[in-house]
Design a protein around this ligand. Structure first.
Ligand code: ADE
Length: 225
């Protein structure tokens, strides 16, 4: 998979993409992530990427020309499955969406700033708009980093068997059951006997029962679908 991110703050991705699973996925060659500084696609000496809103409303809007130049350049080199715009009014990211995107080949992610982007970019270049939740961030960068993480960990080979994404919360429409490790007892708080029983059938039944109980309590909406 190849992911191209367009941003005016490339450094914001340095931490998230140079640690843990995403770092390993890149080192294994399972994903190639390229960060593009939008200002490199400007033609004026101030590298201007924003301008005043027509209509006189307050705030600045991301201009169409640098974004168009950058996306046109990327598209001239390869085809893309989706050109994604990170936006608080996009479709809310969830596990099924991450699953679907993890099967794609090439993705562009555009990070917005200011009051938004010129509507013509959305009309003519963007194929999918994604929000990571009903709150407003200062820009699309943190949202894009979250989206990349949710996708990359699902690419086959990225996680080992022991951390398989199949047992994640939400993959079967339920949140995960509780987990325990040693010691068996701490301050009198015991690990449930069934988990120490060695009986695989009983353990599987217990995990499912706990997952359903937790989902009912914490995320009843998941059970409606
Ligand atoms: N940009 C600003 N807020 C955002 C959000 N909640 N999701 C995606 N992109 C955003």
């Amino acid at each position: 998979m190849r992911i191209d991110i367009i941003t005016i703050f490339p450094e914001m991705f340095e931490g998230p993409f140079s640690e843990s699973i995403i770092k390993r996925a890149q080192n294994k060659g399972l994903v190639e992530i390229n960060i593009h500084q939008l200002r490199d696609y400007t033609t004026d000496k101030h590298k201007k990427v924003d301008d005043y809103v027509f209509s006189g409303a307050a705030g600045m809007v991301m201009m169409i020309e640098p974004v168009a130049r950058c996306i046109d350049h990327l598209k001239s080199e390869r085809d893309y499955d989706e050109v994604i715009y990170m936006s608080p009014d996009g479709e809310i990211l969830d596990q099924p969406m991450a699953n679907t995107l993890s099967l794609k080949g090439n993705l562009i992610m555009l990070c917005g700033h200011y009051k938004g982007i010129d509507e013509r970019i959305r009309e003519h270049y963007i194929t999918k708009e994604i929000s990571i939740g009903n709150y407003v961030l200062s820009g699309g960068e943190l949202a894009a980093a979250v989206l990349v993480d949710s996708i990359v960990r699902l690419i086959p080979g990225v996680l080992g068997d022991e951390t398989s994404a199949l047992s994640d919360s939400f993959q079967d429409g339920l949140v995960s059951p509780p987990v325990y490790t040693r010691p068996r007892e701490f301050k009198g708080w015991k690990v449930p006997d069934v988990l120490l029983s060695g009986n695989e059938k009983l353990i599987a039944d217990w995990k499912l029962e706990q997952a359903i109980k937790r989902t009912k309590k914490r995320r009843p909406g998941l059970l409606d679908d």
